[in-house]
Design a protein around this ligand. Structure first.
Ligand SMILES: [Zn+2]
Ligand SMILES: [Zn+2]
Length: 374
C-alpha cells in the first residue's frame, strides 16, 4: 500500500470544471466547488464518462431528470451518468473502500428507505427526485436527480460503487453500467438462462450488450435483429448466433425459420420501434417472456388478446437494479465478452459538445462515445 492509499484523502482542489445544463440543448462549461462527501459517501475523481441516449433525452427535454422537484434546466445541474473514476476522499465512517481504488458508479442509489429500495429495486425508488428542502428523502440518481459525471469530481453513495479490475481500461469500465442494464433485463426474464433461446431486438448499446451478456450466460441461440449491417456484424462479434436485417427479411419469419418454427423462450426489446412488441408477441413461444428495455416515443396499439391467449409474461425494466451492475462487472473482469468493441470514440472534457455531436449523428459509426476526463 502506498502512502497515498493510506491517506484519508488524495489532494483535492477547491473548485473543478463541470458542464452545467442551462436551457434545452445548452451545455456550458463552468467552475463549481468540489462537493464534500457526507456519511456513507465518497468523493470520486471522474476519470471517464460515456454518453448515453438518456443524456440526450435529458439535455433536450429535461425528463427523466428531475431537479428540485421540476425540470433540470437552469439549476446549475451537471448531467452524465455512465462514469467511472478513482476514490480520492472518504466520508465519515466509510471503511468499505480505499483511497485510490478505481470504481465504476451505479447510477441509482435510490433513497434506501422506501419499499422498492428495500427490495433491491432502487431504480424504481418511490421517492424518485425527492432530495430537496422539505422533500428530502435522500434520493440520489447521478445525472438524473443529483449532479452527474460531466465534471472532474462527483460525490457518490458507497452502495453505488463497483470495483474495477486493474486490467480494465477507464473507457471499458464506463460500459459496466450499460452491461448492468443487460444483466438486469436477463435477470428479470429468467436469470438462469443457459440453454434458453433469446431474441434481442435493436442493436443499440443496450441491445448489443444484451447479446454479449446473454451469450456469456449460456443462452442459445441468441438472435439479434436490426436495420444496420455494421451494428449487426458487431453483434456477431459479441456473440450473436444469428443476425437478421429487418430491412431485407421479416423478423418474425426469420425467427421462426431459425428456431424450426418454435419461436423463442425470451425476447428482449431494445429498439423502441412502434411495432416491436407486436412482433415480439409473434416471436415468443406460448408461455414465454418479453422484457421491454426501450420505449416508443408515442403510445402504440398492441394485440393484448394475443398476450393473454398465449400466457405471455411482459416485463418493463428501468436501468439496472438488484446489484446487476456488480454481476456485469464480474463478467467483464472475467473477459466473458469484449465490451471494448462498442467503444468507438474518445474526447476530452472540453470537447463534450463535439462528443454529443458524434453520438447523436452516429458520425463515423459512433456507438459508445467516451469522455476521458483525467
Ligand atoms: Zn445511460
Ligand atoms: Zn427508495
Amino acid at each position: 500500500m502506498t502512502a497515498a492509499t493510506q491517506a484519508k484523502s488524495l489532494s483535492v482542489p477547491k473548485t473543478m470544471k463541470a458542464w452545467v445544463l442551462d436551457g434545452p440543448e445548452q451545455l456550458r462549461l463552468t467552475e463549481k466547488p468540489v462537493p464534500e462527501p457526507g456519511p456513507a459517501e465518497v468523493l470520486v475523481r471522474v476519470d471517464a464518462v460515456a454518453i448515453c441516449g438518456t443524456d440526450v433525452e435529458i439535455i433536450t427535454k429535461g425528463l427523466p431528470a428531475i431537479v428540485q422537484g421540476g425540470s433540470p434546466f437552469n439549476k446549475n445541474f451537471t448531467p452524465g451518468h455512465e462514469y467511472m473514476g478513482t476514490i480520492v476522499k472518504l466520508g465519515a465512517g466509510v471503511d468499505e473502500h480505499k483511497i485510490g481504488e478505481r470504481v465504476a458508479v451505479e447510477i441509482h442509489a435510490g433513497c434506501g428507505r422506501c419499499e422498492r429500495c428495500r427490495m433491491g429495486m432502487y431504480t424504481s425508488c418511490l421517492n424518485y427526485g425527492l432530495n430537496y428542502a422539505d422533500h428530502d428523502k435522500g434520493h440520489r440518481a447521478n445525472g438524473f436527480t443529483t449532479d452527474g459525471g460531466f465534471a472532474q469530481y462527483a460525490v457518490n453513495h458507497i452502495n453505488t460503487l463497483v470495483h474495477v479490475a486493474d486490467e480494465m481500461s477507464d473507457a471499458e469500465a464506463t460500459l459496466i453500467v450499460t452491461a448492468g442494464t443487460a444483466v438486469y433485463a436477463l435477470d428479470v426474464l429468467g436469470g438462469l438462462i443457459a440453454g434458453a433461446s433469446l431474441v434481442v431486438t435493436g442493436p443499440g448499446p443496450i441491445g448489443l450488450m444484451s447479446v454479449a451478456v446473454g451469450k456469456a450466460l449460456g443462452a442459445g441461440p441468441v438472435i439479434l435483429t436490426g436495420t444496420r449491417d455494421s451494428r449487426l456484424n458487431l453483434g456477431l462479434k459479441l456473440g450473436a448466433d444469428h443476425v437478421v436485417n429487418i430491412g431485407t427479411e421479416n423478423p418474425v419469419e426469420a425467427v421462426k425459420r431459425i428456431t424450426g418454427g418454435k419461436g423463442v423462450n425470451y425476447v428482449l426489446e431494445c429498439s423502441g420501434a412502434p411495432n416491436a412488441l407486436n412482433e415480439a408477441l409473434d416471436m415468443v413461444q406460448r408461455g414465454g417472456r418479453i422484457c421491454l428495455a426501450a420505449f416508443p416515443g408515442e403510445p402504440v396499439p398492441v394485440d393484448l388478446a394475443k398476450l393473454v391467449r398465449n400466457n405471455i409474461y411482459l416485463y418493463g425494466i428501468r436501468g439496472e437494479g438488484n446489484s446487476a451492475t456488480h454481476r456485469a462487472a464480474a463478467l467483464m473482469a472475467q473477459k466473458r465478452f469484449d465490451a471494448k468493441l462498442m467503444h468507438t470514440h474518445t474526447f476530452t472534457l472540453e470537447e463534450v459538445p463535439t462528443a454529443f455531436k458524434y453520438f447523436r449523428g452516429r458520425i463515423e459509426d459512433a456507438i459508445k462515445v467516451v469522455i476521458k476526463v483525467s
